[in-house]
Design a protein around this ligand. Structure first.
Ligand code: ADP
Ligand code: ADP
Length: 213
């Protein structure tokens, strides 16, 4: 099964992707995580992407499409995957369509997670992440067992530097302008399901379960 998670930054895409990995046994493909790995490893791509990411801007489409081209043919994608944070613009969606055509694949389901802008700002303020695994926590809504530490490894959690309020507002603006038109784009191409992302994390997972069954 090939699923695309669509929604604002901080909408809960990564959180639900982690749920779906276990539920469906398919990998999560997060362009944000892939980019952060490039930035940490100081690759050419990472050096190019870093300034866009810190400013809350989108990394150019051709960089993202180049990165994704190799990823979808990896062996672990044979039984499907969960796209998280890609595509984010119409040109990216068109590029993905071409890639899928070459691979004779199709996205089966688009899940749109809806959350109001003001709630997003609160969520991002409390987001904590475990960089090497991408595990996501929230100080109030999904706290780790030990404050500031990853549940599985005990390693330090970090605050992403693009989660400050002014950068978040900028990312939200870009979401409304560049990414939300994808909902309309996919309407005629795939099954599109909408979910109320303001429910609790478990309730959102349950809503996804209902769609899947
Ligand atoms: P969030 O989970 O909060 O939505 P991501 O981890 O998906 O954030 O993305 C972090 C940053 O990485 C984005 O603000 C953007 O700069 C860059 N990025 C991630 N995915 C894409 C993409 N598909 N196109 C362009 N930029 C991207
Ligand atoms: P995205 O990948 O869309 O940027 P995340 O999954 O990283 O979003 O979630 C952003 C923050 O909000 C995280 O701190 C996460 O723990 C928290 N969160 C996710 N879903 C919910 C929810 N349904 N209710 C409250 N907080 C949530």
């Amino acid at each position: 099964m090939k699923i695309l998670l669509l929604g604002p930054p901080g909408g809960g895409k990564g959180t639900q992707a982690k749920y779906l990995i276990n539920r469906l046994n398919i990998p999560q493909i997060s362009t944000g995580d892939m980019l952060r790995e490039h930035v940490n490893n100081k690759t050419d791509l990472g050096l190019k992407a870093k300034e866009y990411m810190s400013a809350g801007a989108l990394v150019p489409d051709e960089v993202i499409l180049g990165m994704m081209k190799g990823r979808l043919v990896d062996k672990d994608c044979n039984n499907g995957y969960i796209l998280d944070g890609f595509p984010r613009t119409i040109p990216q969606a068109e590029g993905l369509d071409l890639l899928l055509e070459e691979l004779d694949q199709k996205i089966d389901l688009i899940i749109v997670i809806k959350v109001k802008d003001d709630n997003i700002v609160e969520r991002m303020g409390g987001r904590r992440v475990h960089p090497s695994s991408g595990r996501i926590y929230h100080i109030k809504y999904n706290p780790p067992k030990n404050e500031g530490k990853d549940d599985q490894t005990g390693e330090e959690l970090i605050i992403r530097d693009d989660d400050q309020e002014n950068t978040v507002r900028k990312r939200l603006e870009i979401y409304h302008k560049e990414t939300s038109p994808l909902i309309e784009y996919y309407k005629s191409r795939s099954r599109v399901c909408h979910i109320d992302g303001e429910q609790s994390i478990d309730q959102v997972s349950q809503s996804i379960d209902k769609i899947l069954s």
